[in-house]
Design a protein around this ligand. Structure first.
Ligand SMILES: Nc1ncnc2c1ncn2[C@@H]1O[C@H](COP(=O)(O)OP(=O)(O)O)[C@@H](O)[C@H]1O
Ligand SMILES: [Mg+2]
Length: 240
């Protein structure tokens, strides 16, 4: 397993946001993390990426124990994430935002610039390279989040609701982007409410509810698990 989450718990005062959750992400996989609002999904990302230390449990990445490591260390190991609430440097141009990401891997300006230009093409942001990040509509800001994360050259990419709020065209483009990144060798763990996208992209799905893992299976099984559908997803998520 590239990523191993082992009995990870996170408490905020009296609230247990994540409760003894264990799962693995195999190298090359696209794994989905789903569950209702407040289930603990983003907290789990914060724990994996080092933004928060777990209360207990271990996290291993690429054979190393990364439990409690700071985000920049985790990032240097090849684990990058996007934020559910997109947070680009608003005053900087789209290109400069991605260059900032690239500087985590190189100190050479030319290399960082070339890498950022390449990633803007990959993510379809080339036309907006000189626009201020804050001027972008949400669909493009989501892509910028992905481009910034990619600039750190991740082996594992954590995507937190990058398809939320996208129109159908943007959604199709984002799915194609995720598929092509995965095809090029990036392992992906994604939190997503757009069930058609989750079902299409993921080889495995982990279901979280009230901080606990309640199911883990292939998309087909999840889609047909009445327990998951009724108790955790609701009828609106029925996809067939
Ligand atoms: N930094 C924090 N301090 C206190 N409570 C938090 C913090 N972050 C998240 N929570 C709480 O943890 C629970 C899980 O939140 P979150 O992980 O954001 O859920 P999800 O991403 O699945 O919607 C919620 O009850 C939320 O209010
Ligand atoms: Mg969340």
């Amino acid at each position: 397993m590239l990523l191993e989450v082992d009995a990870v718990t996170k408490r905020f005062g009296g609230l247990t946001a994540v409760s003894a959750v264990s799962f693995g992400v195999a190298e090359g996989a696209v794994v989905g993390l789903i569950g209702p609002n407040g289930a603990g999904k983003t907290t789990l990302f914060n724990l994996i990426a080092g933004a928060l230390p777990p209360s207990s449990g271990r996290i291993r990445f690429a054979g190393a124990d990364i439990t409690g490591e700071k985000p920049h260390r985790v990032c240097r190991r090849g684990l990058a994430r996007t934020f559910q609430i997109v947070r680009p440097f608003g005053n900087l141009s789209v290109l400069d935002n991605v260059i900032v990401g690239a500087f985590t891997r190189t100190h050479d300006r030319r290399t960082a610039y070339d890498e950022a230009e390449r990633l803007l093409e990959t993510t379809g942001l080339g036309r907006w390279r000189d626009a201020a990040a804050r001027s972008l509509p949400i669909g493009l800001r989501k892509r910028l989040e992905v481009a910034r994360a990619l600039a750190t050259r991740p082996q594992l990419l954590l995507l937190d609701e990058v398809m939320n709020g996208l129109n159908p065209t943007e959604l199709t483009e984002m799915m194609a982007l995720i598929r092509s990144l995965n095809g090029a060798g990036t392992t992906i763990l994604l939190i997503e409410h757009v069930m058609a996208a989750v079902m299409n992209l993921c080889s495995r799905i982990v279901v979280i509810h009230h901080g606990e893992k309640v199911a883990e299976a292939a998309p087909r099984e999840i889609a047909h698990d009445p327990r998951v559908i009724e108790a955790y997803l609701g009828e609106a998520y029925l996809i067939e």
